[in-house]
Design a protein around this ligand. Sequence first.
Ligand code: NAD
Length: 390
Amino acid sequence: MINGEQLVPAPIRWAMVGGGRGSQIGYIHRSAALRDQVFQLVAGAFDIDPVRGRDFGVNLGVAPQRCYPDYATMFAQEAQRPDGIQAVSVATPNGTHYAICKAALEAGLHVVCEKPLCFTTAEAEELQALARRQHKVVGVTYGYAGHQLIEQAREMIAHGELGDIRIVQMQFAHGFHSAAVEADNPATRWRVDPKFAGPSYVLGDVGTHPLYLSEVMLPELKIRRLMCSRQSFVKSRAPLEDNAFTIMEYDSGAVGYVWSSAVNAGSMHGQKIRVIGSKASIEWWDERPNQMTFEVQGEPVRILERGMGYLHPAARHDDRIGGGHPEGLFEAWSNLYYRYAQAMVASDRGDNAALQALRYPGIEAGVEGVRWVENCVRSADAGAVWVDYV
Ligand SMILES: NC(=O)c1ccc[n+]([C@@H]2O[C@H](COP(=O)([O-])OP(=O)(O)OC[C@H]3O[C@@H](n4cnc5c(N)ncnc54)[C@H](O)[C@@H]3O)[C@@H](O)[C@H]2O)c1
C-alpha cells in the first residue's frame, strides 16, 4: 500500500520543460511527481513564451532565477550548480521531444517524456542507445498503465485464468474533435499539423495508449504484421488522420485490433481493452477504471473491484485507499512517478536487479509506440495493405 512513506533517500531535484499555464498535461505531471514527495520541483522552462513561463514558475514556488527562458539555458546553468537538477519531465508538443530528450540525456539527466517519444523509430532507437550509454532512466507517460487493475489483468493472464489468448480488442476513441475545433484552439491546432504532431494524429496521440496497456498485460505478444486504414473526416486535417483502424496478427496466432479516433461523436474518452482467451475474457474501460469485467464462458459475469483483497498481490501493491473509494488517472500517474523515482535511484546506484524489478513505461515503450505508428502509417499510405512489422 502506498501511504506517503518515502521510498527514495531524498526527493529528486526535478524540472519541467513545457507544461506551462493553460497546457493540458502539465498539472498532472506536477501532481503525480510531487504527491509522494519523491520529486521536488526546483527549476523549469515551462513555456514557449519566456515571460509567461517565468511568471508561471514563480507562482508554482520555483525560485525566479531558476525559471529559465528555454531548456538549453536551463540544462547549461543547472549543471553549474551543486544542487542542480537530476531529472526533467518533457511536456511540450510532439515535435520538440526528440531534441529536448537528447539534450537532457547529454546533460546527464534522467528524463520523463510525453508520448509519442519522437517521430521515427530511428530517432527513438538513438535516444534508447544514448540513455543506455548515459545510464539514465527515460520514462514515457502512458499514464493509465499505473492503474492497479492493469496489474490485475496482467497477473490473471499470466496465471492462465483466461486460457490461451486469442483476441485483443483495443480502442481509444473520443469525440472531442468531431468538428474542426483547432480553428479556435492552439492546443489542438498543433496536433493536426505534421510539423508539430509528426506522421500521425490519433494513432500516436491516443492509439498508443491502449497498445501499451496490451504490452503490459501481454508481454509475450509480438506483432507479426498489421493493416491500417486511416481517414481525415475533417478534411483540413489531411494528411493526418482523425480516425484509424488497425488490425494486427501476432506471432502466437492471436489477433488484435485498435480503433484510434478523435471523431467518435458523443464519446467522452472511450479507452477500452478487452482480452479474450479460450476460457474467459476481461474488459477494462478508463471511464470506469475501478471495475474490471471478468467473464468466464458459461458463468455469470463478475465485476472485479479495485482495492479488494481478492486481487493478485501485484495489483494490491499500489493501493492508496482500499476498495470502495475510486482511484483513477491521477493515482495511476502518481504510481508511475513513484516507480520512476525508484528507478532513477536504482540506476544511480548501479543496482540493476532493483531496476529490472520495477515495471514502468520506459524507453522501450517509447520506441515501441513510435514503431507501431510508423508501421501503421506505412500500411495506410500504401492503400491499407498488410505490412510485415519491422
Ligand atoms: N500522456 C497523456 O495522457 C497525454 C495527454 C495529453 C497530452 N499528452 C502529450 O503531452 C504533450 C503536451 O501536450 P499538451 O496537450 O499539454 O499541449 P499544450 O499545447 O496544451 O501545452 C504545451 C505546453 O508546452 C509549452 N511549450 C511548447 N514548446 C515549448 C518549448 N520549446 N519549451 C518550453 N515549453 C514549450 C507551451 O507553452 C505549453 O505550456 C504532447 O506531446 C501530448 O501528446 C499526453
